[in-house]
Design a protein around this ligand. Structure first.
Ligand SMILES: Nc1ncnc2c1ncn2[C@@H]1O[C@H](COP(=O)(O)OP(=O)(O)O)[C@@H](O)[C@H]1O
Ligand SMILES: [Mg+2]
Length: 312
C-alpha cells in the first residue's frame, strides 16, 4: 500500500482577471511507497505548495483524488494525517523563548514528554544550543528547530516544503544529513524543492513538475542512467576522437570536454565503443562510464532547464 497516492489530482484557483483562474496543479498522478525519500521538484510557481496543501487538507482539490495510507474518505484522511509530520504546520515559535522551551510547548500540545524533546533536539544538532532564544537563532537553526517540531510526534510520513530554502551550502548539508538520518530510521519523506542538486543528493525518487504538470517520474538512479555517458581519452586531438566516436552506430552524440570526449550511448556497451575506436587506430587511454547528473537528465527529458535549479 502506497503511503501517498494521487490520481489526476488537480487544483484550479478561482478568480483573477477574465475569471478562468490559475491551473496550479494539472492532473498529477504519483505514488510514494514506504521508506522512499521522494523529491517533488520544480521551479517556483509550479504547484508544489498547492499539492502539499491538498495532501494536508488545507486546500481542497478541484479535480482528481488522493489516498493517504490507503484511505481517501474524510475520516480515513483525518486518521492518516495523525501519522504525518509536516512543515506547513510549523508552530509559531515564541521569539523570547529558547529552542528547548519552544519545543516543549509543541510537545505538550502533542502529549509528548521531555525525553522526546531532548532526543529530537539531539537529532537536529541543537542539543548544545537549546538555551538559545529563538530570536537569536540563525535561519539554519530555525529551520532545524522546525524540523525537530515536525518530528516530535514520531510521524511515519514527513512532508517538508522546501526545507533547504534560503540556507547556505553548510546549512543545506545539515538539513540533508538530518533527512538522511530520518530515512535510515525508516521514515517516508516527501519533500518539495526547486533545487535539482538538493533532490539529487537527498532523494531516492523524484517527480519533476513544470507549470503544474508532471514531466518525469521515477527512481533518481533510474532517471540519471537512462542514457549512458562515457568519458574517453586518447592520444592526439580530442576533436579527431570526437569525430570517430560520432561514427559509432550506437552513439547519439559526442562532445569534446577539455582533454576528453563525452560520448552518449544508447546502450551500455562500452567495450563495443572501444573496439570500434581501436579498429580506426584510436587507442583509448581512459574509458569510463560517467554518471549523468539529474540536471543533465532533466534537460534531456524536458528540453528545458534554463534558469531552473540555480545553485545557491
Ligand atoms: N491562493 C491562491 N490563489 C490564486 N493563485 C494561487 C494561490 N496560491 C498559489 N497560486 C498560484 O498557483 C501557482 C502554484 O503556486 P504554488 O503551489 O505556491 O507553487 P510552488 O510552491 O511550486 O512555488 C502559482 O501560479 C501561484 O501564483
Ligand atoms: Mg512553494
Amino acid at each position: 500500500m502506497p503511503v501517498i497516492e494521487t490520481d489526476a489530482l488537480t487544483k484550479r484557483y478561482s478568480g483573477g482577471i477574465g475569471g478562468s483562474g490559475t491551473l496550479a496543479v494539472d492532473q498529477i498522478s504519483f505514488r510514494v511507497e514506504r521508506g522512499q525519500v521522494f523529491g517533488f521538484l520544480g521551479p517556483n510557481g509550479c504547484g508544489k505548495t498547492t499539492t502539499i496543501g491538498m495532501l494536508l487538507g488545507i486546500i481542497s482539490p478541484t479535480g482528481g483524488s488522493f489516498r493517504l495510507f490507503g484511505g481517501s474518505g474524510p475520516a480515513e484522511l483525518h486518521a492518516a494525517r495523525q501519522r504525518i509530520g509536516a512543515t506547513l504546520e510549523y508552530p509559531n515559535f515564541y521569539p523570547y523563548l529558547n529552542c528547548r522551551d519552544n519545543l516543549h510547548l509543541v510537545a505538550r500540545v502533542r502529549g509528548r514528554g521531555e525525553d522526546q524533546v531532548q532526543e529530537t533536539l539531539g537529532m537536529v544538532g541543537l542539543a548544545d544550543r537549546q538555551k538559545t532564544k529563538f530570536k537569536a537563532c540563525s535561519l539554519g537553526m530555525k529551520q532545524r528547530l522546525a524540523l525537530a517540531a515536525t518530528m516530535l510526534g514520531d510521524p511515519e510520513l514527513i512532508i517538508l516544503d522546501e526545507p533547504a530554502n534560503g540556507l547556505d551550502p553548510a546549512g543545506q548539508r545539515e538539513i540533508r544529513e538530518i533527512i538522511g538520518e530520518l530515512a535510515r530510521r525508516g521514515k517516508t519523506i516527501f519533500l518539495s524543492s526547486h533545487l535539482l542538486h538538493e533532490v539529487e543528493r537527498t532523494c531516492t525518487h523524484v517527480a519533476i513538475v513544470e507549470s503544474g504538470r508532471l514531466v518525469t517520474l521515477g527512481g533518481v538512479d533510474e532517471i540519471t542512467s537512462q542514457r549512458i555517458v562515457v568519458s574517453v581519452r586518447a592520444e592526439g586531438e580530442p576533436s579527431a576522437l570526437r569525430d570517430a566516436a560520432r561514427e559509432f552506430p550506437d552513439a547519439s552524440g559526442a562532445e569534446v570536454d577539455g582533454d576528453r570526449v563525452l560520448v552518449t550511448l544508447e546502450h551500455d556497451d562500452i567495450a563495443a565503443l572501444n573496439r570500434f575506436l581501436f579498429e580506426r587506430g584510436i587507442y583509448a587511454s581512459h574509458l569510463a562510464r560517467e554518471r549523468q547528473s539529474l540536471e543533465e537528465a532533466f534537460m534531456d527529458l524536458t528540453g528545458a532547464g534554463e534558469g531552473f535549479g540555480a545553485v545557491h
